[in-house]
Design a binder for this molecule. Structure first.
Ligand code: IVH
Length: 673
């Protein structure tokens, strides 16, 4: 290819990938599969590696790039980022409308009402359609430059579909409730502090010096307005929102226009209930005067515009008492202390239980049985104790002690070093088996229609099943006599179980419940290994180099398949006819003597990002290479991390090939795939 052809090809790939990012992350309507997308991205990265001089900052490959930084630099906003004045309730909203009307001498007014997503305000700045800078609000005049972190948010366009000479947009970065809950669950298990709400989690994720951490938090964003701009013009706010949508920005579809403040108040009241159905949290609505000319006449105070107001929902918190602390045993054996509460109304439901996460959090908050506490719903879903009302203590409250034995099977519990979770190690613990079965049949997993918790409990009670594979050996006669089951539903259930046998491999990988292996990791693993057999045989070194897998997941997978009991379970599933994936017809891994590392002499210098020195030496040795401590002319490669020492300089003088960490990863992963 000539350089012009390469350039053209790169442009085409970038445009194609950006289009699919837009379909997936903004429109929520992808038109190609994950595998097809990954193939495009791989092609782009490969070509950019060959021609690094042709890499542009708006390339989709640059979303996560660059090294962790020392600190943040500050940036001045071209126009101050004001905040909004708040109102609570209808009366105060009507007051706002009166103020606006008086200032505008009773002219006709149109309002735009938007959702007030609960996240972090950010400003994005585009020059000639290319994202140049992104900043936090800061004090409104200067914010922090968080460009690399914002680039990891896949719904943010790196290049606009409508290039204008200059455009600054403002929006709210947020974390969905689902990602927030999962993040907190992982953090609680690892003994890290949990985030109080998705807003704190989003803010904590954006203010990371290492953008790869931000990327792993999978943030999202809505753009709600313009900052400074040149080369285009608008007469109303709604018009600017439509323009932003067409330019490729994620603009919430939930904005509405009203002529009458009464309708606005009804709309607010509707959202007060409806908000719990959203996948993210909102803490109110924002009401804005639509006409930009009117906005200008209304102006702003030092802090906030007079043409907009935040209608805030009441905080959903309640006070109640902890009656008892019980222990729930999950499918991975984690013992979760749970508070039994004096039932209390909270955010639309009656709450009688609240998770206390783990022993350390109970200690830290000093939660005792008998305490009066303040509760809320984390991510609007999981009831959680916010704090103890210590002034109401009577002296009879009892501190919590983690039991030494599993309350279900009496096995001695363990707490691993570096973890906050206490676990029941017994794989046949009835509680673990029940939760494991419920996970196995659930929607993201094997998705067996018509099989719910109640039927699982009945099947367990009747001793018809004890592990997940038993489901595939059930007969019509077993089912038909169960409680609330007739011939028709028994037949339907058998058909649904049968159908699940042909599920794609990733569902099965997810369903068997390997610790830390969620849906995404399951897809990656299934795509990489194609069959359960290959996955089972995979070594730690093979797993750890797969992008997004890493040492924690890799160790968990090998530990899972090291257990004879788990291997037997897989065999029992296969025996019943559950599909275990298929090898694709194309070439497979070569024998070990084809590996690029075989008999090669390595020297390692500097600090690596993904591995300790011991881990990387182990990988090299297991792949047939050798590691020595000093550089000589016999050295084949020098693997260089951060702050390399004098070995690096010596290698350069001897002309020894230098491998950066990512190049090394590519080398070993090409051996695996
Ligand atoms: S307009 C000058 N619209 O709420 C007015 N703000 O203090 C600028 N927010 O953190 C704000 N959703 O980031 C506006 N649809 C929306 C919003 C919104 C969330 C946030 C904003 C800021 C706070 C207002």
């Amino acid at each position: 290819m000539t350089i012009e052809e390469v350039q053209e090809k790169l442009e085409k790939l970038r445009a194609e990938i950006s289009y699919h990012d837009y379909r997936y992350y903004v429109l929520d309507n992808p038109v190609i599969s994950d595998a097809q997308y990954d193939a495009l991205m791989r092609e782009l990265i490969k070509l950019e590696k060959q021609y690094p001089e042709l890499i542009t900052p708006d390339s989709p490959s640059m979303r996560v790039s660059g090294q962790p930084r020392e600190g943040f630099t500050t940036l001045s906003h071209r126009l101050p980022m004001l905040s909004l004045a708040n109102v609570m309730g209808e009366e105060e909203l009507l007051d706002f409308d009166r103020r606006v009307r008086t200032s505008l001498l009773n002219e006709k007014i149109e309002y735009v009402v938007e959702l007030k997503v609960d996240g972090l305000a950010v400003s994005l700045w585009y020059e000639n359609g290319i994202l140049e800078r992104g900043a936090t609000r800061g004090d409104g005049f200067t914010g922090e430059d968080i460009t690399p972190n914002l680039k990891t948010i896949r719904s943010i366009p790196l290049r606009l579909q409508k290039p204008v000479p200059f455009l600054e947009v403002r929006g709210e970065a947020y974390m969905t409730k689902e990602i927030f809950l999962k993040l907190n669950q992982d953090r609680a298990e690892a003994g890290e502090p949990v985030f109080a709400n998705p807003r704190n989690a989003a803010a904590g994720s954006l203010r990371q010096l290492d953008p790869s951490i931000t990327a792993s938090r999978k943030l999202n964003l809505f753009i709600y307005g313009l900052g400074d701009y040149k080369g285009t013009d608008f007469t109303t706010h709604a018009q600017s929102l439509n323009f932003l949508k067409e330019a490729g920005f994620p603009v919430s579809k939930d904005f509405r226009l009203f002529n009458d403040i009464k309708e606005v108040t009804e709309h607010c009241r509707r959202w007060e209930k409806q908000r719990f159905n959203l996948p993210y949290t909102i803490d109110g609505l924002v009401i804005k005067v639509n006409s930009l000319a009117q906005q200008k006449r209304l102006g702003a105070t030092l802090k906030s515009p007079r043409w907009a107001i935040a209608y805030k929902f009441p905080a959903e918190q309640a006070q109640t008492e902890i009656k008892e602390i019980i222990i729930k045993v999950g499918r991975t054996g984690v013992l979760t202390p749970t508070a039994v509460l004096e039932p209390v109304r909270l955010a639309g439901t009656t709450v009688a239980r609240a998770t206390l996460h783990n022993e350390d959090i109970i200690k830290e908050k000093d939660i005792r049985v008998g305490d009066r506490v303040l509760v809320h719903k984390a991510g609007e879903i999981i009831p959680e104790v916010l704090e103890v009302l210590k002034t109401e203590r009577r002296g009879t409250e009892e501190p919590f002690v983690m039991p030494a034995k599993c309350p279900v099977c009496q096995a001695r519990v363990i707490r691993l070093a570096g973890e906050a979770a206490t676990r029941c190690p017994n794989l046949t613990c009835p509680a673990r088996q029940r939760e494991g079965l419920i996970h196995f049949i659930s929607r993201g997993a094997m998705d067996i229609a018509g099989l719910g918790q109640a039927t699982i409990d009945n099947l367990l009670k009747a001793k018809l099943i004890s592990d997940v594979a038993d489901l595939y050996y059930l007969k019509f006669d077993d089912l038909v006599n169960l409680e609330r089951m007739g011939p028709k539903s028994a037949q339907n259930l058998l058909a649904a179980i049968e159908k699940s046998k042909s599920n794609p491999l990733y569902r099965l990988v997810f369903a068997i419940g390997i610790i830390h292996v969620g849906e995404r990791a399951s897809r990656i693993l299934a795509a990489r290994f194609n069959t359960m057999e290959c996955l089972m045989k995979s070594a730690f070194e093979e797993l750890v180099v797969i992008p997004e897998i890493g040492p924690k997941i890799a160790a968990s997978i090998t530990a899972f398949f090291d257990l004879e009991q788990n291997r037997r379970l897989i065999a029992k599933l296969a025996q019943s006819g559950v599909k275990m994936g298929e090898k694709p017809p194309e070439k497979r891994v070569g024998a070990l003597n084809l590996t690029p590392l075989l008999n090669k002499m390595f020297v390692v210098t500097g600090t690596l990002k993904n591995y300790t020195r011991d881990q990387v030496q182990e990988i090299i040795r297991k792949s047939g290479g050798k590691v020595t401590s000093s550089v000589s002319k016999n050295t084949d490669y020098i693997l260089v991390g951060e702050e390399p020492g004098s070995k690096y300089t010596k290698a350069l003088t001897l002309g020894i090939p230098v491998l950066r960490e990512d190049e090394f990863l590519n080398l070993i992963s090409s051996e695996i795939s």
